[in-house]
Design a protein around this ligand. Structure first.
Ligand code: TRP
Length: 344
C-alpha cells in the first residue's frame, strides 16, 4: 500500500514477533517503556506551531478526560452510544455463535458495557480471554478489574498503548480472536492514518479471526451538530480538558477557561470538526519545547474530527485493508460491521 505521495505506508512491523512479556491474567503491561505518551513533546509543539493550530485527540484521555467521556456517552443529544449498545444487544448472539472467540481484544476501552454483552453471550464454561488495550492506563486497569470481578476465572489482561503505533506489540492470541473497535473511534482518524490503522488490524487476524467495527453513520447535519454541542456543555468541558493535559505534558500555561468549544459539520469531508476558539489574545509558553506561541482572539485550535460513514464507505475501507464485510447491522443511526480477513 502507498501513501499520498506514493511512498509506502509503514506498518507497525510483523506481529509474529512475540512481545517481551506476554503478561498473565490480571496484569496490565505497557506496550512501550514509559507509557504511550512518552515522546509526546515534539508532536504537540509541531501541532501548536502550525498555521492551523492542532492538538491530537490522543491527548484527551487523562483520568479527567476519561470520566468526562463517560458522561458524554450518557448525554441526551449524544445518540451514538445508545444506538451502538442497542445494535450490539440485538446481534451479539449471532456474532458470538459465528466467531466462537477464544480471545476478545478490545481496542480503545470504554466502559465495559458492550464487552459484557459479548462475554454474556459466550459459553460461561469456556470464557474467552479478554484483552483491554487503551492509551489511558486507568481505563485499562478499570476494565481488567471490572471484567475480572464480573467473570470469575476469566483471563482478563491489559496493555497500555497507542492503537496508531503499538498494535504489533500485543501478545499473541490463544486462539480464535475477535478484535472489537467500538464507539466509532475509527471516525476520529483521518483517512491516511485510518488506512494504516486498518492495515495493522488486518495483521492481527488469522483466517478464523474477525474484526467487529462500530461506525457512526451520515445523517442530517442538525442531528450531528447537536450531538457534539450538548446543551449541558460536557463536550465543551471535555474539549477544553485537552489543554490541561497539554499543560502537563509540555509544561505549558494554557488557560482552558479562555477557550470556547465549537463543533461543525463539514459536508465536503463528511466529518464533524471540533475546535477550541480563543476568546482573548494569549501568549503561551510551551516550556518543554522552549517556544512561545501567540493565539489571537477568535483563532482556533483543531482538536478532533469525527468522520461519518455509509455502509458502502465502511465496506470500501475494509476491502482496501484486505478484509471483507461479512455482516452489517444497523438501527439506521449507527452501523456495526463484522469483517473477515480476505481469503478466509
Ligand atoms: N468516537 C466517538 C465520536 O467521534 C467518541 C468521541 C471521541 C467523542 N472524541 C470525542 C465524542 C469528542 C464527543 C467529543 O463521537
Amino acid at each position: 500500500m502507498t501513501g499520498p505521495e506514493g511512498q509506502p505506508i509503514p506498518l507497525n512491523g510483523p506481529v509474529a514477533v512475540p512481545p517481551k512479556d506476554e503478561g498473565k491474567p490480571g496484569s496490565v503491561l505497557d506496550a512501550v517503556e514509559g507509557g504511550p505518551l512518552a515522546g509526546a513533546v515534539s508532536g504537540i509543539v509541531q501541532g501548536l506551531t502550525a498555521k492551523q493550530k492542532k492538538i491530537s485527540p490522543r491527548y484527551f484521555y487523562d483520568s479527567a478526560g476519561s470520566s468526562l467521556f463517560e458522561r458524554i456517552t450518557q448525554l441526551p443529544e449524544y445518540y451514538l452510544t445508545r444506538s451502538e449498545n442497542a445494535v450490539v444487544e440485538r446481534t451479539v448472539d449471532a456474532i458470538v455463535r459465528q466467531v466462537a472467540p477464544q480471545e476478545v481484544l478490545e481496542l480503545g476501552t470504554g466502559s465495559s458495557k458492550k464487552i459484557r454483552q459479548i462475554l454474556d453471550a459466550c459459553s460461561q464454561t469456556e470464557l474467552p480471554r479478554y484483552t483491554a488495550f487503551d492509551i489511558d492506563r486507568g481505563a485499562v486497569t478499570t476494565a481488567v478489574e471490572t471484567i475480572g470481578q464480573a467473570y470469575p476465572g476469566i483471563d482478563a489482561r491489559g496493555v497500555v498503548g497507542d492503537f496508531e503505533k503499538h498494535l504489533s506489540l500485543l501478545p499473541q492470541s490463544p486462539g480464535r480472536r475477535l478484535v472489537v473497535f467500538f464507539g466509532s473511534i475509527i471516525g476520529n482518524l483521518d483517512p491516511w492514518p485510518r488506512r494504516r490503522f486498518l492495515a495493522n488490524v488486518r495483521t492481527l487476524l488469522g483466517p478464523r479471526d474477525r474484526f467487529l467495527l462500530g461506525v457512526d453513520l451520515k445523517k442530517e447535519p442538525h442531528v450531528l451538530e447537536a450531538a457534539y454541542n450538548d446543551a449541558e456543555g460536557i463536550i465543551a468541558e471535555f474539549n477544553r480538558n485537552i489543554l490541561n493535559v497539554v499543560n502537563r505534558l509540555v509544561d505549558a500555561n494554557f488557560d482552558p477557561g479562555a477557550f470556547r468549544h465549537q463543533a461543525i459539520w463539514n459536508e465536503d469531508d463528511g466529518r464533524i470538526e471540533m475546535y477550541l476558539i480563543a476568546e482573548t489574545r494569549q501568549e503561551i509558553l510551551l516550556g518543554a519545547g522552549g517556544v512561545t506561541i501567540t493565539v489571537e482572539p477568535g483563532e482556533t485550535i483543531w482538536t478532533e474530527s469525527s468522520y461519518k460513514f455509509t455502509r458502502r464507505g465502511a465496506q470500501g475501507m475494509l476491502e482496501e485493508a484486505k478484509m471483507r464485510l461479512d455482516a452489517w447491522h444497523t438501527d439506521t443511526m449507527f452501523g456495526l460491521a463484522l469483517a473477515a480477513p480476505d481469503g478466509s
